[in-house]
Design a binder for this molecule. Structure first.
Ligand code: HEM
Length: 544
């Protein structure tokens, strides 16, 4: 079917171009008619193949419960919505089917939706060699992120993962904690100023995503963008790309490359990509040149300390580490590969962490008792200190704050689902088999809201993560960072940033609800419609 699609794509492409060329000259050329006939034949062949494979999948997926559909052909097309109501529909599915169900997006895609730890465990723990990232959910990211860790498969993925893993070792990550402190300081200064001017009700999402981008730009490129204070073309392009990917997913006609790249949205996507790629390519090439010139990468100066400190400390950023990484045969990553990975870190690392932090603050604004307890924990930790900076070692001394963060990642997981295809049939409990080629939609949201696993799933209760209460819980009940070989490579980075930002925010501000109704918006990450508004009250540093 892929071959027919490719030929069709090509022909349609040619046809569209030819039509435009010939239309001023004559109404319909013979050539055009012939091409149209071939396209018609290929289209018919495509439809027959589609119906045949749909019938096969329908038969093989009978072992899974199938929620009611309007008819056999269209299945559940249009029923999966990225809205508050869409999430409530998932709650209903989980209550009704408790572990899994089949799902058909017309005759085009056959899915199994899974929301129970026992069902998702064998899928997420399956070897990466038989796991494929499907094109429906990941393909639209490819023009932006290229063949990077997130999107690659098989041996190519294994090689990249081996090369990238050392960059996320805690010896490296501990150097970034200073950056997290510094970016939080900038955001908090801005908040103090806004509160003093009477603008105490603020959208957490917009402030925090700029702050996480600021941190990532420093950790990845050693680039001080000043993006929290002034606008930047690069940042605007990143926001634009995230929005366009979601829009494209929702428009079935735009799934076809030859239509999308001709549309105004496709043109905007190209433009934003060229800004982002241009930036990354320049940094990588400059660093490579420095490396060749000096024999070692030019590590960036730590700009967060005083003048003396600046001279002493040199911190390696992700680009430095990727330029130096070598596989067993002594081969490193090419400039294009490094560019793809850096773009992926920027994509995978900023919105997810911003979503995580924003929802923790939201949940704590709803529960002043938990907020006070976290604040007391942070103040205790920092008492008698000269500065408010947190160190890597401090992060393990915030057990209650960490429980609050985990409970928020359960209730409001930034990533709602991951999808997979497998190159062979996959067995799940109850003697059921997921046929090769169908899409497995592992619902992180559904698993985290499954009442069989989490009693009163909609209640925010950090005590669920008290070590005593976690005993006996399935290893796959809590999977905000996915699990298995293709889990999130940046999870330690993210958890460190979450702890630093949440701790410093609670020490400096009291948060209360912003008085605006919150409706969840599951886009690439979980957001809130119209923003997540909270009211800030500036707190004086406690006198020891
Ligand atoms: C709260 C923050 C974060 C959450 C909730 C999160 C969640 C996830 C999830 C669920 C996956 C699996 C995706 C899939 O299978 O399709 C993933 C993969 C990934 N994440 Fe994260 N992430 C976070 C932060 C980060 C950060 C900070 C970085 C980098 C700096 C990062 C880089 C990546 C990469 C490169 C992958 C692909 C890994 C692979 O396929 O081998 N993430 N993340």
């Amino acid at each position: 079917m892929a071959v027919i699609d490719a030929v069709l794509d090509r022909l349609l492409d040619e046809l569209l171009g030819l039509g435009r060329l010939l239309s001023p000259l004559c109404s319909l050329s013979v050539l055009l008619q012939l091409s149209a006939l071939v396209v018609l034949l290929l289209l018919s062949l495509r439809v027959v193949c589609l119906l045949w494979s749909h019938a096969q999948f329908t038969r093989r997926l009978r072992c899974f419960s199938k929620p009611p559909t309007q008819n056999w052909l269209m299945g559940h097309l249009g029923e999966m919505r990225s809205t508050e109501e869409g999430l409530q529909a998932v709650d209903q599915l989980v209550r009704t089917y408790s572990h899994s169900c089949s799902w058909f997006l017309g005759p085009f895609y056959s899915l199994v939706r899974l929301f129970h730890p026992d069902y998702i465990k064998p899928l997420l723990l399956a070897p990466a060699s038989i796991t494929v990232k499907d094109e429906l959910f990941y393909g639209f990211l490819r023009p932006w992120l290229g063949q990077s860790l997130l999107l690659s498969n098989g041996e190519d993925w294994s090689r990249r993962r081996r090369l990238l893993t050392p960059a996320f070792h805690f010896d490296i990550l501990k150097n970034y904690v200073k950056i997290f402190n510094h970016s939080s300081d900038i955001m908090h200064s801005k908040w103090r100023r806004l509160v003093a001017e009477g603008e105490s009700c603020q959208d957490m999402f917009s402030h925090i995503s700029l702050m996480t981008l600021d941190s990532l730009l420093r950790c990845t490129f050693s680039y001080n963008s000043n993006c929290q204070e002034s606008s930047s073309e690069y940042i605007a392009a990143i926001f634009e790309l995230s929005t366009l990917v979601i829009e494209r997913r929702g428009r079935i006609l735009h799934h076809w490359d030859c239509l999308y790249w001709r549309s105004p949205e496709g043109q905007r996507f190209k433009q934003a990509c060229s800004v982002v790629h241009g930036f990354t390519r320049t940094v990588v090439q400059e660093r490579r040149a420095q490396l060749l010139h000096r024999g070692e990468p030019e590590s960036h100066t730590d700009t967060t300390g005083g003048e003396e400190e600046k001279k002493k400390k040199r911190v390696a950023d992700f680009i430095d580490l990727l330029l130096l990484s070598k596989d067993e045969d002594g081969h490193g990553l090419t400039d294009e590969e490094i560019k793809a990975e850096a773009d992926t870190f920027m994509f995978g690392g900023h919105d997810t962490t911003a979503s995580g932090i924003s929802w923790v603050l939201y949940n704590l604004s709803q529960h002043q008792d938990y907020q006070d307890r976290c604040r007391a924990e942070v103040n205790d930790l920092l008492q008698d200190r000269k500065t408010e900076d947190l160190d890597w070692e401090d992060l393990s001394s915030l057990p209650f704050t960490t429980m609050c963060i985990k409970e928020s990642l359960r209730l409001h997981s930034p990533v709602s689902a991951v999808t997979r295809q497998y190159t062979k049939d996959m067995a799940v409990p109850g003697g059921r088999v997921i046929p090769q080629g169908s899409i497995c939609l592992v619902s992180i949201y559904g698993t985290h809201h499954n009442p069989e696993i989490w009693p009163d799933p909609d209640v925010y209760n950090p005590m669920r993560f008290d070590p005593e209460n976690s005993k006996g819980r399935s290893s796959h009940a809590f999977i905000p960072f996915s699990s298995g070989p293709r889990n999130c490579i940046g999870q330690k980075f993210a958890m460190a940033e979450l702890r630093v930002v949440v701790a410093l925010t609670l020490r400096r501000f009291r948060l209360t609800p912003g008085g605006v109704e919150v409706r969840r918006l599951p886009h690439l990450v979980l957001r809130a419609e119209g923003g997540l508004w909270l009211t800030l009250e500036t707190l004086e540093a406690p006198q020891d």
